[in-house]
Write a protein that binds this ligand. Structure first.
Ligand code: GLN
Length: 310
């Protein structure tokens, strides 16, 4: 595909904003009480090209919790540390076709294989990371996120506390994995790290910058430094394509054709390899837990920029 031009990209973002700002269907996540309180009017769009040009529209400096979008960056670190074969063997990479917090997904698979972008696989992936104590593990992981964001990110303490106080379901998933020898460390430690990684504060602009590393084959567009191997980038994008929007990933691939990842905080990132990364923030979700306006906006942007990878 021909690379889109500067004026065109800004126009497409402006138009996407204008087209979807009026109607705001869906509802905030509320199983994590702090997320229900986020102003659902926020709408921010950011796009970063493979060569580091940044385009923005709307509420792009508003912080929100990264939630499940964190899973792709944690997966990237685990692949860099342990190799991609370890993820395949110890976590799995097939789509579950089920909800992000599904227990059935584990139960129905004879090998107990899931993927790193649903809660079970994401927590197992955290358990694989180097480091045996909280401090070592968290400083490596948060440092890794900071490298992608090209700045120091913080944790939204209210979200972290809110999810920690209501974390029984994720704890049950982790314990179930332990029972099948598919969890690779202490439950308390790794559940806590996972919960903290989901509470990292990002803006739409941060997310577009972070995802732009995947759009540029593992080299950071803003610093020119290689962050991860291009082989691992390809594998992260593969899992995003098959599982990034959970049970709606097939529909998303069919409709939009970009590897993407959502979070229940209302963010979605999508990557056009070799071209750009886009991130949209809008808190109201559909039944699968994916932001409705973020999906609409990215669908529109991908179509206008002829970005469908298929
Ligand atoms: N922290 C959330 C959870 O574990 C992340 C889920 C999501 O964003 N889909 O339930």
């Amino acid at each position: 595909a021909k690379a889109p031009q500067t004026a065109q990209i800004q126009t497409v973002l402006d138009d996407a904003y204008g087209k979807f700002i009026q109607k705001n269907p869906g509802k905030n996540a509320d199983y994590i009480p702090a997320l229900a309180k986020v102003d659902s009017a926020y709408f921010g769009l950011a796009l970063v090209t493979h060569d580091g040009k940044v385009y923005t529209k709307g509420d792009v400096d508003q912080s929100f919790s990264i939630q499940s979008i964190s899973k792709v960056f944690t997966l990237a670190l685990a692949m860099e540390e342990k190799g991609s074969q370890t993820i395949l063997d110890k976590v799995g990479v097939n789509a579950t076709g089920l909800a992000f917090n599904s227990v059935t997904a584990i139960e129905q698979n004879p090998a107990r294989s899931v993927n790193p972008l649903v809660n079970a696989g994401a927590m197992a992936t955290v358990s694989l990371l180097d480091g045996n104590d909280d401090k070592t593990k968290w400083s490596a992981l948060s440092g890794w996120y900071n490298t992608f964001a090209n700045r120091k990110l913080s944790v939204l303490e209210d979200v972290y506390k809110s999810e920690t106080d209501t974390n029984s379901h994720n704890r049950a998933i982790a314990e179930l994995l332990v029972s099948y020898d598919r969890f690779y460390g202490d439950v308390d430690l790794n559940l806590d790290i996972y919960t903290r990684q989901c509470s990292v504060a990002v803006t739409a602009k941060d997310l577009a910058v972070m995802a732009s590393v995947f759009a540029n084959n593992g080299v950071h567009p803003l610093t020119g430094k290689r962050i991860m191997s291009s082989d691992n980038v390809a594998r992260v994008l593969a899992v995003m394509t098959t599982a990034g929007l959970y049970e709606d990933s097939g529909q998303w691939a069919y409709q939009v054709g970009l590897p993407a990842k959502s979070g229940v905080g209302g963010g979605i990132i999508a990557v056009s390899p070799g071209q750009f990364a886009v991130a949209v923030f809008s808190p109201r979700l559909d039944a699968a837990g994916n932001s409705i306006r973020a999906q609409q906006a990215i669908d529109y942007i991908a179509e206008k920029l002829h970005a469908n990878i298929f």
